[in-house]
Design a protein around this ligand. Structure first.
Ligand SMILES: [Ca+2]
Length: 250
């Protein structure tokens, strides 16, 4: 469809109006095609009980995420910058770190059994990387996009963070916490790259838990969070999120 539309637009340059009409028509066609494909995929997977949507952000632009089941994760000052953005028939969530705040974060309670649905999949794209950030260096530890999971064991809480880092090597692992407070492991799953490009991640969360904590998860995942920050580097940090799902297969 993309090539056909490109050609239509290329050969519709007689007048600006024709070009404009062709461009709009192509945008609708691409959106319709993506929607149809996505709908078919969703229907088939749901019918087979293979996956469940956690969040697609397909709500009205201008809505407040805090009214759609999400809570502010920035407890210090409560300042947040999250917006629903609509493009090509789809709505997604944009997160932009506000200078002077600790982080731009949202969290949502979501119980899910990783023994039944081990995979977490989501789409994200970075708009602005925090320049000079280094995950393992406390005074530079920022990332444009992060997805967190929480397990409530007793007495230990467990957190796995998935980072899209500025330039740390993929596979870099951040270790924080103690058994009495909680243990956190953060892994860089993507690093750098072009801004403005969507990427999809698929993680076997049950396997990651065993790998990073050395045993099975203490029950279900209890919550998920997304975060952008640049408070250490005092630069900028911005990313988009969409289509978060859990599934039985990658
Ligand atoms: Ca969406």
């Amino acid at each position: 469809m993309g090539i056909i539309c490109f050609n239509v637009m290329l050969f519709s340059t007689n007048t600006f109006r024709l070009f404009f009409v062709a461009a709009i028509a192509c945008a609708h066609l691409i959106a319709a095609e993506e929607t149809a494909t996505e709908s078919e995929r969703e229907l088939a997977a749901a019918k087979a009980g293979q996956r469940k949507w956690l969040e697609r952000f397909d709500v009205k632009v201008g809505d407040n995420p805090l009214k759609n089941g999400w809570e502010g994760g920035n407890l210090e000052d409560g300042k947040l910058d999250f917006q629903y953005i609509w493009q090509l028939g789809n709505t997604f969530l944009r997160s932009r770190w506000i200078p002077g705040t600790e982080a731009n974060a949202l969290k949502k309670s979501y119980d899910w059994d990783t023994s039944e649905f081990p995979y977490l999949k989501w789409k994200w794209r970075v708009q602005k990387f925090p320049a000079g950030a280094k995950i393992l260096e406390g005074k530079k530890s920022d990332a444009a996009a992060q997805v967190y999971l929480l397990w409530k064991g007793f007495p230990t809480y467990y957190v796995i963070k998935y980072f899209w880092a500025t330039d740390d090597a993929v596979g870099t692992v951040l270790e924080q916490g103690t058994p009495l407070i909680g243990k956190l492991r953060g892994v860089v799953v993507r690093s750098g790259g072009k801004t403005g490009e969507w990427h999809t991640e698929s993680r076997n969360v049950a396997e990651d838990f065993r790998k990073y904590f050395g045993g099975d998860p203490p029950g279900k995942v209890r919550g998920i969070a997304i975060l952008s920050d640049a408070d250490e580097t005092k630069t900028q940090s911005e990313a988009d999120y969409d289509d978060i799902e859990v599934s039985k297969k990658p």
